[in-house]
Ligand binder design. Sequence first.
Ligand code: ACO
Length: 450
Amino acid sequence: MANPGLSGRECRYGVCTTMSSNKYELVNTTTGKKSVLEARSGTVGPDCISVAGINKDHGVFTFDPGFMATAACESRITYIDGDNGVLLYRGYPIEQIAAKSNFLETAYLLLHGELPASSQFEQFDRSIRYHTMLNESLLRFFNGFHYNAHPMAMVSAVVSSMAAFYHDSMDNNNPRHREIFAHRILAKIPTVSAAAFKHMLGQPFVYPRNDLDYCANMLNMFFAVPAEDYVVDPVAAQALDLLLILHADHEQNASTSTVRLAGSTGTNPYAAISAGVSALWGPAHGGANEAVLQMLEDIGTVDNIEKFLARVKDKDGSTRLMGFGHRVYKNFDPRAKIIREMCHKVLSRLGQNDNPLFELALRLEEIALKDEYFIARKLYPNVDFYSGVIYSALGIPRSMFTVMFAIARTAGWVAHWQEMIGDPAMKIGRPRQLYTGPTQRDYVDVDKRG
Ligand code: ACO
C-alpha cells in the first residue's frame, strides 16, 4: 500500500478477507481504523477489489507500476482469459469471428455491441466507403516529410492533424458527431496509411476506389500505379481482412489505454487516436511485428537458432525472442494459432510454399516451446510472431507492418473511446505516484553550490 507521505515512512496496513467472499477489510494496524473494500464481479473473469475510497478513508494510494493488477475501467467490449488462451469480441470467440466474419462487420460489432442485420451492415459499409477520401490539404502534409520518414511517424502526425480539419464540427457530447468521427477515422486510416506508403516509395498517391471493399481498396491504394493496370488478388485481400480482424481489439492494452487516457481529458478524438498510434509503435507492443521479421532475417538459417536462443537466455543480455510472451496470455495466444494456420494457406496459394522465413519461424517456435527457459516463464508465440511473414508475402515492407496493425486497431480504439465518452460516470484519468525524491529543501545560490 503506498503511503502518500514523504519517503522512508513505515507502512502500517494489513488486508484481511474475513468479512465475506467479496468483502475485504483494510486495517491500519497502528490506529485500528478499518474500512471495507468491496469486490465487484464482472460477467466473467476475476473479481476486482474497489479501492477508489481508500484515499478518502485512510489517506493512502495503491501502488501498481505497469498496471500488473489494476483494472482501470469497466468495459463491455473484449474479454481475454490469458491462462486458457481465450479471446472474445463482445462475447463471440475470435476463432468464430475469424472463420465467419469480415473486418468491417467486426468493427461494427466492436462499436455497437451486436452483429449487424444485413441492412445495418449495408448502411455502415456505404458510410465507410463514402468517407474514404482525404482533404487535399491534408494530403499535401506528406510533402513535408523526408522520403525515409518512418510511416508510423507520418500516420501519427497526419491523424493528429485531422483534428485541425474536424474540430469545430466535433462535439464529443453529441452522439451523432461521435458516430461521424467513428466512420471517418475507420474510412480514412487506410487512405492515410497508403499515402505514407506511397510517399516512402516516391510513387504518386492513388485515390480510394469506393467500388472496392475495405481490404481490396487498401491493396489498390498501396500497389496500383498510374502506368499500368493493377488487379487486386482476392487471396491477398482475404488474408489482409483476416489479419485486420485478429488485430482489431485487445481490451486495455497500452495503446488502447493511451487512447482512453488522452480521450478522458475531452481532447479532440483524432488527437486521442494519434496518441494511440504513437503508443502502438514501440517494439514491446505493435512494433513487435517489424522486430520479428528483423530478428528472423538476422538469424538467417535454422543452424543459427540455438546460438540466437543462447543470447536470449543470457541473463546479462537484453535480446528478446520477439513475437513471444505477452502480459496477459500465459498460454497460446489464440490469434497466433489462427495466423500460423493462415500462413500455410496463404503462402501455398501465393505459390510461396517454401518461404524460408516461415520455415525458420516454424522451427524457432518448435525449439523455443521445448526449451525450459520459455516453459518456466510461460512464454508462447503472440499475434505478431507470424503476422510479418504474411505481410511480407503480400509485398508489404517491414516498416509498414505496425501501420497495418494501427489500421486494424483503430476499430478497437474508437470502440473504447466511444464507450468511455458515452459513460456519464467518466472521469479524467489521473494516476497518483509514490514519491521517492528529496523532501523539501531550500534553494542554493549558484556561488554556494559545491
Ligand atoms: N524473450 C525472452 N524472454 C522474455 C520474453 C521474450 N520475448 N518475454 C518475457 N521474457 C522473460 C523476461 O526476461 C522475464 O524473465 P525473468 O523473470 O527471468 O526476469 C520474464 O520473461 C517476464 O517478462 P516481463 O518483461 O516481466 O513480462 P511482461 O508481461 O512485462 O512483458 C512483453 C510482456 C512486453 C510482451 C514481453 O513478453 C516481450 O517483451 N515480448 C517480446 C516483444 C513482443 O513480442 N511484443 C508483442 C506483444 S503482443 C502485442 O502487443 C500485440
